[in-house]
Design a protein around this ligand. Structure first.
Ligand SMILES: NC(=O)c1ccc[n+]([C@@H]2O[C@H](COP(=O)([O-])OP(=O)(O)OC[C@H]3O[C@@H](n4cnc5c(N)ncnc54)[C@H](OP(=O)(O)O)[C@@H]3O)[C@@H](O)[C@H]2O)c1
Length: 335
């Protein structure tokens, strides 16, 4: 197999934003390995996707202990990508992983306990072959573990050199504010909050964006394309091979509702009038808020990465366009 050599001009077109008040610069488009990087997926295919991403300036690769299927396989496959060509670029890569969802049987393989987080980061380092990750996340709050315990474990992971930074994901605003304050006091500031945010998922607008702006923490928006619903993927039904058609996909066919498809169709027309695809417009729409450090996309082909990067060519919106988008999103079913 030919050894991968990164494109020399890879930094020419990408924009990098400082993550909150930190000095860490993150590409405005990042790639996640939740789908398409498990053992069921073709190595040739996911290598193409990852290498294209890096060739286009996407330095940030997002993992979690449980990504696959089976759980752990995305981290193992990322290890293969490193050995297959990315390793010489380690210092140009920003790799994150997480723990919080069920990973192994018994009482220590889930949640936010010190026992789980410590064991999980060891496993993640072993699976990827990395000496450290750049960002380690508490993947979700755990109501059965004192926040102090989760925060202390995260801080110790940084002090032990297993992660350079720590972060949180899926924390509601008041708990996020608490965790951010505790991590700051511990001398290991929270760099970022990873939350589901898209035109179809507006929850972060109800307090989270303001909390993060106040605290100087960045937001990384996951599933910014609503798993493909905010693209042209489902405008004419559910195509074979799409996430909604795959049994292991987290997008269920029932989520591809006529109402969402109709909204996507109208948004698609608006995007065309701007000279953009719906996918590119949906990403640009999120990036207009400076608190959003990066949009964290998934991709099942290198072409999707190229398409999504076109967001950078037209990031600004007129007030009329923003109003038209709101009008489409607010339209109730059946109208
Ligand atoms: N913190 C958390 O709890 C959490 C939860 C979920 C995800 N995440 C992170 O966020 C990342 C992204 O999530 P996501 O995969 O749901 O993101 P997404 O960008 O909303 O959806 C990605 C999917 O949309 C389709 N797509 C992408 N670009 C397209 C284009 N230009 N045209 C047509 N279809 C396109 C592809 O689906 P097809 O397969 O149909 O082609 C692709 O796999 C994950 O990998 C993970 O790192 C974090």
């Amino acid at each position: 197999m030919e050894i991968y050599k990164a494109e020399e001009r890879r930094y020419d077109e990408m924009t990098y934003r400082r993550c909150g008040a930190s000095g860490l610069r993150v590409p405005v488009i990042s790639i996640g390995l939740w789908h398409n990087f498990g053992h069921a997926d073709s190595r040739a295919r996911f290598s193409e996707i990852a290498f294209r991403a890096f060739d286009r300036g996407i330095t940030h690769f997002d993992l979690a202990n449980n990504y696959g299927p089976p759980p752990g396989s995305a981290e193992e496959n990322f290890g293969k990508l490193l050995r297959g060509g990315l390793k010489p670029y380690r210092d140009q890569l920003l790799v994150s992983t997480k723990a919080g969802y069920p990973m192994w049987p018994g009482p220590y393989g889930n949640g936010g306990s010190r026992k789980y987080l410590m064991a999980s980061i060891h496993q993640s380092l072993r699976r990827t072959g990395l000496e450290y990750v750049d960002i380690f996340y508490s993947h979700r709050p755990d109501p059965d573990t004192p926040l102090e315990e989760t925060v202390a474990a995260l801080s110790d992971i940084v002090r032990q050199g297993k992660a350079l930074h720590v972060a949180i994901s899926n924390y509601p605003p008041p708990l996020a504010r608490q965790a951010i304050a505790m991590l700051r006091d511990a001398g290991t500031p929270c760099l970022v909050h990873q939350a589901k945010y898209s035109m179809f998922e507006r929850a972060p607008e109800c307090g989270l964006l303001q909390t993060l702006a106040d605290e100087g923490v960045g937001l990384i928006a996951f599933s910014p394309l609503a798993q493909g619903l905010l693209t042209d993927r489902y405008l004419d039904g559910i195509p074979a091979g799409s996430r909604a058609a795959r049994p292991e996909g987290f997008l269920q066919p029932g989520q591809v509702t006529p109402e969402r498809v109709e909204k996507a169709r109208r948004l698609n027309a608006l995007a065309s009038a701007r000279g953009q695809s719906l996918a590119a417009m949906a990403l640009a729409w999120l990036l207009r808020n400076p608190v959003v450090t990066s949009v964290l996309i998934g991709a099942s082909s290198p072409e999707q990465i190229d398409e999504n990067l076109k967001a950078l060519q037209h990031l600004d919106f007129s007030q009329a366009e923003l109003d038209a988008i709101e009008e489409i999103l607010a339209t109730p079913a059946g109208e």
